[in-house]
Write a protein that binds this ligand. Structure first.
Ligand code: CTP
Ligand code: ZN
Length: 168
């Protein structure tokens, strides 16, 4: 059977969703970390499909995360941008893409992650009020507003418990 050229190889592997969010152009290999950031373990019953390290036009390889019946909050989207700054969010309703936008790192990020300086005031207070200035997106560099400690992407990834110790 002849296949349409419009359909890329990666698209053939996973079916379309009826309602929910497709996070596309996710930095290759980071889809599991993105799921972890969103608090999805699978045990809560979320229906999701992942593609890891599939071929892509825009990047050499990418991941794709499809989450059914969930739409993301702005703060969640900002968090994804810390890990995967080129990801695209597609909101799907009745099988159609009704909204498409790029994730975006604001000049300041708040609430996540924890400052890696144990003496930082943000580690002494509850509720925590971490705030960072984004100094660079690729490679990621964020600077704590309170103690000036710089953190990179791996410092963020390490805080997602399953991936402690991972370096890349
Ligand atoms: N998608 C999906 N279910 C739908 C509609 C779209 O899972 N009902 C997925 C597609 O498989 C694709 C992403 O959502 O991974 C974006 O869809 P679309 O905008 O149709 O694809 P492209 O034009 O290739 O997107 P882009 O230009 O952003 O690469
Ligand atoms: Zn600090």
């Amino acid at each position: 059977m002849k296949m349409s050229k419009e359909i890329s190889e990666s698209e053939l592997k996973v079916s379309k969703i009826k309602e929910g969010t497709v996070i596309d152009h996710v930095k290759a290999g980071t889809a599991l970390i993105v799921l972890e950031m969103l608090g999805i373990t699978g045990l809560e019953g979320t229906v999701a499909t992942l593609s890891l390290n599939v071929p892509s036009k825009r990047q050499e390889k990418k991941d794709i995360v499809k989450i059914e019946d969930r739409f993301l909050e702005r703060t969640e989207i900002n968090q994804i941008a810390l890990i995967s700054p080129n990801a695209t969010i597609n909101e799907i309703k009745d099988f159609k893409v009704v909204n498409k936008f790029d994730v975006e790192l604001p000049e300041e990020v708040s609430g996540f992650p924890k400052c890696i300086n144990p003496k930082c005031i943000t580690n002494a207070r509850e509720p925590s009020m971490q705030t960072y200035y984004v100094k660079s997106i690729e490679p990621l560099k964020i600077r704590c507003k309170y103690c000036n400690t710089d953190m990179e992407r791996n410092d963020v990834i390490k805080q997602l418990t399953k991936y402690q110790g991972l370096t890349q």
